[in-house]
Ligand binder design. Sequence first.
Ligand SMILES: Nc1nc2c(c(=O)[nH]1)N[C@H]1C(S)=C(S)[C@@H](COP(=O)(O)OP(=O)(O)OC[C@H]3O[C@@H](n4cnc5c(=O)[nH]c(N)nc54)[C@H](O)[C@@H]3O)O[C@H]1N2
Ligand SMILES: Nc1nc2c(c(=O)[nH]1)N[C@H]1C(S)=C(S)[C@@H](COP(=O)(O)OP(=O)(O)OC[C@H]3O[C@@H](n4cnc5c(=O)[nH]c(N)nc54)[C@H](O)[C@@H]3O)O[C@H]1N2
Ligand SMILES: [Mo]
Length: 762
Amino acid sequence: MTQEDKPDPIVRNDDENLQITEPAEVAGGIPAVRASLRHARRQMGVVRGTKTLLRLNKIEGFDCPGCAWPDPDKRAPAEFCENGAKAVADEATTDRVGPEFFENHTIDELMNKSGRWLNAQGRLTHPVVRQKGSDRYEEITWEEAFSLIAEELNELNSPDEAVFYTSGRTSNEAAFLYQLFAREFGTNNLPDCSNMCHESSGVGLSEVIGVGKGTVLLEDFEKTDAIFVIGQNPGTNHPRMMSALQKAVRNGATVVSINPLRETGLTRFKHPQQVSGWVGQGTPLSSHFLQVRINGDVALLKGIMKAMLAEEQRRPGEVLNQKFIDQRTEGFEQFADDLRQTSWDDIVANSGIEREEIEQAAEIAIDADRMICCWAMGLTQHKNGVANIQEVVNFLLMGGHIGRPGAGACPVRGHSNVQGDRTMGIWDKPSDAFLDSLEKTFEFEAPREHGFDTIHAIKAMKNGDAAVFVGMGGNFLSASPDTDYTAKALQNCRLTVQISTKLNRGHLVTGDRALILPCLGRTELDVQKHGPQFVTVENSMGVVHQSRGKLEPASPALLSEPAIVAGLARATLGDKSKTPWEEMVADYDVIRDLIEEVIDGFEFYNARVRKRGGFALPNPARSGEFDTDTGKAKFTVHPIPEHDLEDDEFLMMTIRSHDQFNTTVYSDNDRYRGIKNARRVVMLNADDIAEAGLTTGQTVDLVSTYDGVERVAPDFKIVPYDLPRRSAGTYFPEANVLVPVDEYAHRSHTPASKSIVIRLRA
Ligand SMILES: Nc1nc2c(c(=O)[nH]1)N[C@H]1C(S)=C(S)[C@@H](COP(=O)(O)OP(=O)(O)OC[C@H]3O[C@@H](n4cnc5c(=O)[nH]c(N)nc54)[C@H](O)[C@@H]3O)O[C@H]1N2
Ligand SMILES: Nc1nc2c(c(=O)[nH]1)N[C@H]1C(S)=C(S)[C@@H](COP(=O)(O)OP(=O)(O)OC[C@H]3O[C@@H](n4cnc5c(=O)[nH]c(N)nc54)[C@H](O)[C@@H]3O)O[C@H]1N2
Ligand SMILES: [Mo]
């Protein structure tokens, strides 16, 4: 295929045959156990499958690549969940994609296969290259691969024409080396998946509480009285969180869920690893479900807080934590004034929730001595993503719920080490203190100018301001917004390099030259010169611990991620670099010693991480210290976002099904939502379907016309679903073509993939 024939980058599925049944009422239980075992057997065979699942998240085993939820200290015999098991089975599969696969398939041919098919072909085994003008990938040695990349990098006009992307599965050790290489090369262009994920949480929290991370530990769930779960679908995406919620409920806590969808896990849950979870009705979890409109959370939270303020007037001293507000925060008066001026009409209209229901939710918050708020992508992926997070903080601050046991902010991270990668310096906006420290340890001059985040990396490649793309894991093409635009951006590059475990669509839309460098996964034994190595990761609650792979590597030709980075660095930087790349790879303890030198909080890293359960990083807000410019936590004021939809417009959120991990699709089923054999579907309220004269199962094109540009996602089938009027739900990544590259959150630049205005074209 030549560069002139722009391939269609839309994710096409195999033949679909939509079936609709009732959504499941209970999450977990026997169906979840059966689904995990079935998946493991299919990918790995009976023995390897069972052994692998038993090593998952054990103190001596590997960290589950499924999500970043922490592990309890007293683990169940097998602390795994259905979807963690799927993620592991997907990596530990016995199928292989070797050089002969690429001899037999041109890139054009592969473009006609679905993302699901590509992933199902198995693990990548050898480095391969696509030479300029060639229609396929062919085998290349590691040495040749490294010198090809070095040559391209060194020919750039400026180091800032290179982009080094990271997805969140990369270990602390690999991430630290990767950012060091990028900075010794001379750029801060280190975009990561977090830019598309919890960046709004990081920016929002840093501004108002002085730390960009959550402030709770797992044990806080046992001590809390109320948990608000906002814009998150833990039954599918963080199933291990369900055990923590179940325990909290048994201890008397109330769970309130705020979501446009009545997600299965949030109503009832059966613990798949407890006998009591195999029978009976399951634990009722969320008695309070607020079916908010898409992006109606600011309005709703303002409503809850307005009700609290009114109640404080009726019962002075009984609702707010006035002492905390006076001593530890600022901006309360302005904040309270704004709430008083906000009308109930606006609140009800924009949240879609009646005043009475809002007041009931306020009662729960008032009654709670200790309260936790959890959230995920339903809050971060809006234009006002940062405001959403800061409204959650306002809500917590009213009751003094930050900095004491059983209470706090809990952004639930996605990728298993996305938080650790950031701690290690994978960041386009590093602080001067971090760079100073890096320079001192490694004796080089670090670039100071901030780099590209994901959105700006895409634009730079599209405009010719960047020409080499390196992806440390992930699927940049399909995960990014505006698939067609991003495809053109990648095709504009001179070189695209993907360091990967599995084949994905991102390997097919390339620069002039392209490389796939296959690496070891979490599950695999990593033996270096000084013997078997382990890596370390940081979970969603700031606890750093070991992960040790045990399986035979998928191919003897695989290198570990740290070894790949070191190879790249030596080839590119030569003797200019004084960094001991080879020694660091020979023994990862050396990497950890150097991390300890550069980054605060890692004192005695090697010793402490060898202790059972690892160690928690310092977090000032968790201990009641607010590291802001004034030393106080800040109340902030935000307008209610309004979406003035035309009569034929809908507000669309792009979400995950029960059977995918981000861009990796395991099957076309969404068991909990009762949607089968189809992913090109659009969920709509039944009354909206009737009013528009459409029918169930009818095929329509989805169209977005942001900024006058028409973006079309063709052939989506209509599914009636219980969601608010004028809302639409589609799956990520099928609907990413509709997300405009310029539609992103203020300040955090997170793509607004949960609030895209669309029309349906029959
Ligand atoms: N099995 C599995 N596990 C995963 C992943 C996976 O793909 N599969 N991905 C991982 C990653 S990287 C991440 S970031 C997390 C993602 O975890 P989630 O954030 O749970 O994932 P999404 O499917 O994007 O779901 C967002 C939820 O927000 C709701 N929502 C959408 N818009 C709004 C809104 O405006 N307001 C409110 N209140 N709710 C809204 C949706 O209905 C949905 O329930 O999961 C991680 N874990
Ligand atoms: N419309 C829309 N877009 C979204 C989202 C959404 O909700 N809606 N969610 C966003 C979010 S929250 C995220 S986090 C991003 C995810 O974006 P990414 O992290 O870029 O995407 P993934 O699908 O997780 O990446 C999967 C690929 O990673 C590789 N891989 C897996 N394990 C390893 C490993 O151990 N090492 C290496 N080197 N490679 C590995 C495999 O080759 C696999 O094909 O997508 C974002 N995009
Ligand atoms: Mo994510």
